[in-house]
Design a protein around this ligand. Structure first.
Ligand code: UDX
Length: 439
């Protein structure tokens, strides 16, 4: 099939390459010429494992092209909208300007039978509004909403082999519209043939599925971080608690890692946008807990900063602190709403001499926070540190040898903000060691 993907960020670039790998002919469109030039050259403008290789394979095969011109999407039957929906500058709601602009740009080129497929995360009610806009334009094209559940770091795998598909389509008096479902089934024929579940529903449910999934995940993380707060008070160990409750299959151990909390381009803004939308709908009470989920999450960053202050008896002024990790999670260079970077910036603001390091995140972090000192090598970053703060659990940091690291630093003190190090081994090597919610 001929497909277009409008918006080539984390979501769209991966989607375009993945759809080409499923055998389709794909054009990726973005308004940013630098991004398009890099993609057309086989380089993702961000770090995502496996994506560069996939881009190059599909570009070389001629199955994938990139362009800044929407006119190049003419001839595609299915147009995916994968633009960002950031938090608005003046509140918690999602800013839909890129989605609206993408639809307006597509309208003049749509042909009868074309399908526009929204993948961006949007407030419930958006798809119905956009479908009305497409209908009013009279092109004979229709709309479906097909949310994406990909995780950064596993984006390629999650796109070509997702754990489920959700199709939101127009539900009229005669039931669900068949045309969009058939087209999406053709797009996803390969993964569907392996038995991937597919849920066909209406627009509102599809929109809600996405925000409900992210709200649940965020709640799960904040739940265990709330337990960490209690554990800290009574001298209990939240990692052992998580292991113990995680054995209950109804609870499950995944997404129960307490630490510095969640960040990134999705969970924080999605729970805020969900709460804002619920308020608009007069249902603020139904998701009022999400405000607490957000607050618990932000308190964990503060907890790491407070621990650092404690380590120096109340003041970090002039202290050499090494921050291991700036991205919001490993296997990504994404620093959007990163707890790690936030901790580094706060410590710097309190007068510490912060050296930050990260395997892939230094350049994006430097663009946002040029006031921090960045060092590429972990060894160089550790040299002379009076305190080490591990806030992104890259493999390289998890595998640090405590004895070797102790030789590098000025004073062997470490805060494990992700609970990934073995406290016994680190203490045995002479380190003062603090975990999150651990004695
Ligand atoms: C998330 C959802 O997982 C994905 O389905 C959705 O499509 C987009 O948002 P992503 O933002 O890539 O994906 O990251 P994810 O792996 O979910 O992690 C989010 C944050 O939670 C990270 O900062 C991570 O460090 C943190 N986290 C995760 C925890 O603090 N504890 C955990 O147990 C799990």
């Amino acid at each position: 099939m001929r497909l277009s993907v409008i918006g080539c960020g984390y979501l769209g670039a991966v989607h375009a390459a993945a759809m080409a790998s499923l055998g389709h002919e794909v054009i990726g469109i973005d308004v940013d010429p630098a991004k398009i030039a890099a993609l057309a050259d086989g380089h993702a403008p961000f770090f995502e494992p496996g994506l560069d290789e996939l881009l190059r394979t599909q570009l070389d095969r001629g199955a994938l092209r990139f362009s800044t011109k929407i006119a190049d999407a003419v001839g595609a039957t299915v147009h995916f909208v994968a633009v960002g929906t950031p938090q608005s500058a003046d509140g918690h709601a999602a800013d839909l300007k890129f989605v609206d602009a993408a639809i307006e740009a597509l309208l003049p080129i749509l042909a009868p039978g074309d399908l526009v497929v929204g993948k961006s995360t949007v407030p419930v009610g958006t798809a119905a509004r956009l479908a009305a806009r497409i209908d009013e334009h009279g092109s004979g094209a229709s709309l479906a909403w097909n949310p994406e559940f990909l995780r950064e770091g596993y984006a390629v795998q999650d796109t070509v082999a997702p754990d489920r598909f959700v199709y939101g389509v127009q539900r009229g008096d005669s039931g669900i519209e068949d045309g969009p479902v058939d087209l999406l089934d053709q797009v996803y024929a390969t993964p569907l043939s392996t038995g991937t579940p597919r849920i066909v529903t209406d627009f509102a449910t599809a929109e809600l599925v996405k925000v409900a999934a992210n709200a649940f995940l965020a709640t799960k993380i904040s739940f265990i971080n709330a337990m960490a707060e209690i554990a800290e008070t009574v001298g209990a160990d939240v990692t052992e608690l998580a292991d113990a409750i995680g054995h209950d299959a109804r609870i499950g151990r995944r997404f129960l890692n307490a630490g510095v909390g969640f960040g990134g381009g999705c969970l924080p803004k999605d729970i805020r946008a969900f709460a804002a939308r619920a308020e608009e709908l007069g249902r603020g009470d139904s998701v009022a807990f999400l405000r607490q989920v957000d607050e618990i999450n932000l308190r964990r960053r503060q907890r790491v900063v407070d621990r650092a202050l404690q380590a120096f008896d109340g003041s970090v002024v002039g202290r050499r602190i090494t921050v291991l990790g700036v991205t919001f999670k490993p296997e990504s260079d994404d620093v959007r709403d990163s707890p790690a970077l936030d901790v580094a910036v706060q410590l710097k603001g309190l007068g510490a001499e912060v050296i930050a390091t990260d395997p892939h995140g230094i350049e994006p972090a430097r663009l946002r926070h040029p006031q921090l000192a960045y060092v590429a090598s972990t060894t160089d970053a550790l040299a002379g540190a009076e305190l080490v703060v591990l806030v992104t659990e890259w493999r390289e940091y998890r595998d640090l040898d405590p004895s070797a690291a102790a030789q590098l630093v000025a004073s062997p003190s470490i805060i494990d903000g992700r609970n990934v190090l073995d406290p016994v081994a680190w203490r045995a090597s002479g380190w003062r060691f603090w975990g999150m919610g651990r004695p």
